[in-house]
Design a protein around this ligand. Structure first.
Ligand code: ASC
Length: 151
């Protein structure tokens, strides 16, 4: 796990120093990339959600491991939001991402901050702390979806 985190952290650092569009050969590659990052993020976030909602027993170590993956994944999708990749189908980005980029970036940062807090909460091994932080993170996901994602 440590080496996976080190690699994703290094890649995320490297990517953030390049202009977004220059990182992908084609717009479709950017779309595929960001969806893949969100898929992994949602999978591990969902495992914490199952715990918070009592569908699986509380396991602090598992919550912490899942939250660490969410933190790393949360750094990745935004490089994939290259211009010209909005759409109208369900789940695709609305074009206001590019006309309100500062607001979008702020929403992204808010989500990253909340999942960072989720990882810290998971490490306390306390179900109430986990639940509160999970709700904060889910709220940040939802706020961005409400503003920038086609329903
Ligand atoms: C999830 C998931 C999201 C968020 C969002 C919260 O589990 O996949 O995108 O929570 O639904 O509102």
């Amino acid at each position: 796990m440590k080496s996976l985190l080190a690699i994703t952290a290094a890649v995320a650092g490297l990517l953030s120093s390049l202009p977004a569009a220059a990182q992908f050969q084609k717009p479709e590659d950017a779309v595929k990339y960001r969806k893949a990052a969100y898929t992994v993020m949602a999978t591990h976030f969902g495992r914490i959600g199952a715990m918070v909602q009592g569908r699986v027993p509380f396991d602090g170590a598992a919550a912490a491991a899942n939250a660490d993956i969410v933190v790393e994944m949360s750094k990745l999708p935004f490089a994939g939001f290259v211009e010209g990749t909005s759409g109208t189908e369900k789940g695709s980005p609305k074009p206001n991402i590019w006309t309100e980029r500062a607001k979008f970036d702020e929403a992204a940062k808010k989500m990253q901050d909340e999942v960072f807090k989720l990882a810290a909460a998971a490490k306390t091994n306390n179900p109430d702390n986990l639940k509160a932080a999970f709700q904060g993170a889910a709220g940040a996901c939802k706020a961005c979806h409400d503003n920038f994602r086609n329903p």
